[in-house]
Design a protein around this ligand. Structure first.
Ligand code: ADP
Ligand code: MG
Length: 257
């Protein structure tokens, strides 16, 4: 499902946080959102998820404007894992993942075998099947992160918005998440810091001071000029060659096991 972001601007307490941001992510594409701390990545994802309203501009999901969709309808189409995702502490891991099915349930359509299978598959994809009965609050940061991703997987949306999904994860689980993003038939937009992760996506968008300063294919966007200006770092002369031959081999590990 396509997600179209048009001319989004947002100020908080008079301070511009996002200015005229436009993005077009085709159905099934993956987009990496990069930029320094405070550049507006999380705010943009929250606007795209319908959690906060922009002052100007609009977001279109499939054929519908975000603001025309009911919360239930939106949750059936779009799953969001925020940067500081929380879950009630006193909850078992499998119950936390089951919450992902909520938008599909009603009095006439209670939780059934098919929902159980979806939950089991999501837990297996995130390698948390063994933790089903554990209390969420006893897990490590990385395990919690995988539970959050399993919860949105169980939601079976056509669009995933992930705010720093590889945060807290060890290298093996980082690779598993990025591999999963690459394999996805769904549309994925994620904020990331690791340029190798950005390079693995179909498109890269760069935010700087709330403005979109570059948007395109990784090889067009992840060039020394952009990186040096936006991140205020000196780029190694072998930068492009190194990114093209990442240390981590994505798409090799089939699952997060
Ligand atoms: P990033 O995710 O790129 O680090 P954020 O979107 O979290 O950036 O924040 C962008 C800017 O907006 C920051 O300067 C931050 O302080 C500010 N900001 C975000 N949310 C709020 C808020 N609720 N109130 C005040 N300022 C905010
Ligand atoms: Mg952020």
């Amino acid at each position: 499902m396509r997600i179209l972001v048009e001319d989004i601007s947002l100020s908080i307490q008079g301070k511009p946080i996002l200015q005229d941001v436009s993005l077009d992510i085709a159905s099934g594409q993956s987009l990496a959102l990069i930029g320094p701390n405070g550049s507006g990545k999380s705010t943009l994802l929250r606007v795209m998820a319908g959690h906060i309203c922009a002052d100007q501009g609009q977001v279109t999901i499939g054929k519908d404007r975000l603001c025309d969709l009911s919360p239930r309808n939106l949750a059936q189409r779009l799953g969001f894992v925020s940067q500081e995702a929380g879950t009630t502490d006193a909850i078992a891991v499998e119950d936390a993942v089951k919450l992902g099915r909520t938008p599909w349930l009603s009095l006439l359509s209670p939780f059934r075998g098919e929902d159980s299978r979806i939950v089991e598959t999501a837990m297996s994809e995130m390698a948390i099947s063994a933790y089903g009965k554990k209390q969420f609050n006893t897990l490590s940061g990385g395990e919690k992160q995988r539970v959050h991703i399993a919860r949105v997987l169980a939601q079976t949306p056509q669009i995933f918005l992930l705010d720093e999904p590889t945060n807290h994860l060890d290298i093996r689980h980082q690779i598993a998440i990025i591999d999963w993003v690459i394999r996805q038939k769904s549309t994925v937009a994620m904020a990331v810091h690791d340029l190798n992760h950005a390079f693995a996506c179909d498109r890269v968008a760069v935010l700087h001071g709330g403005k979109l300063v570059a948007f395109g294919e990784p090889s067009e966007v992840l060039v020394p000029d952009v990186i040096e200006t936006v991140f205020q770092v000196a780029v190694h002369p072998n930068f492009a060659a190194q990114l093209n031959r990442p240390v981590l081999a994505f798409s090799k590990s089939a699952a997060a096991q």
